[in-house]
Design a protein around this ligand. Structure first.
Ligand code: PEP
Length: 253
């Protein structure tokens, strides 16, 4: 049985005070509501991660903190980069890898993303590996091929143990930050495909365990329909994770 997982990607949003307030509001809401059936993770800007981790630990909260990116090398002369082991050392639990914004604006290739994924896993971080097609791929009916290629050259080459630790986020690029969301049927079709790819590579027992999140304009009013799909195990939420009320409404959905 897969536990539901709801994760918030704050991107390059919030300033210091807003970030602290948002963490405090989430911890407060968690204490008032029953989130026992759901794992919750947040991915604030990395500059704020350490503080978020300390706050969450002091409050004995179950919210996990991750970061939005890590370097594809272990250490050295890579100005501005943060290694997976540094991220783990500050108490973070997870890292987003291959978000479409990183692929597009930072030209991250599948080869780089695989290197990041392996470094994250060896640092005992959970990689949230993002995949998803562009609008033109969907329009030309190439969405399944595109996602299959993204996964075949990356996570599907991992060891079984590493695959079991990895979370996949299916995020159709045309739905990210656009207000347009995949229909529950479209999401289910792609999640079932991804699960089948995992089953083909690692066996059905592994495929039945790996969590596959949907991301792309998930909001309180569409979360229930998306999350009721059998292969949708949770959500990776951008915009709606910046308001504690919206994020917690999705957790409750
Ligand atoms: C995301 O960036 O991962 C995302 C899903 O964003 P949004 O929810 O704003 O579409």
């Amino acid at each position: 049985m897969r536990r539901r997982l709801i994760a918030g990607n704050w991107k390059m949003n919030t300033h210091w005070n807003e970030a602290l307030t948002l963490v405090a509001e989430l911890v407060h809401t968690e204490a008032q509501e029953n989130w026992a059936d759901t794992d919750v993770a947040i991915f604030p800007p990395s500059l704020y991660s350490r503080h978020a981790i300390e706050f969450i630990q002091n409050a004995k909260s179950g919210i996990a903190v991750g970061v939005q990116n890590c370097a594809s090398t272990e250490n050295g002369a890579y100005t501005g980069e943060l290694s997976a082991s540094m991220i783990r050392e500050i108490g973070a639990k997870a890292v987003l890898i291959g978000h479409s914004e990183r692929r597009e604006y930072f030209q991250e290739t599948n080869e780089t993303l695989l290197a990041k994924t392996k470094l994250a896993l060896s640092a005992q971080l959970t990689p949230y590996f993002c995949c998803g097609e562009l609008l033109q791929d969907r329009k030309s009916d190439q969405h399944k091929e595109v996602v299959t290629r993204q996964l075949s050259s990356t996570v599907l080459t991992l060891s079984k143990e590493d695959m079991l630790t990895t979370v996949i986020a299916y995020e159709p690029v045309w739905a990210i930050g656009t207000g347009e969301t995949a229909s529950p049927e479209q999401a289910q079709e792609m999640h079932a495909l991804i699960r089948q790819l995992i089953a083909d590579a690692f066996g059905r027992e592994v495929a039945d365990v790996v969590r596959i999140l949907y991301g792309g304009s998930m909001k309180p009013d569409n979360a229930d329909a998306l999350l009721s799909q059998p292969d949708v195990d949770g959500g990776l939420i951008g915009g709606a994770s910046l308001k504690a009320a919206d994020f917690s409404a999705i957790i409750r959905a």
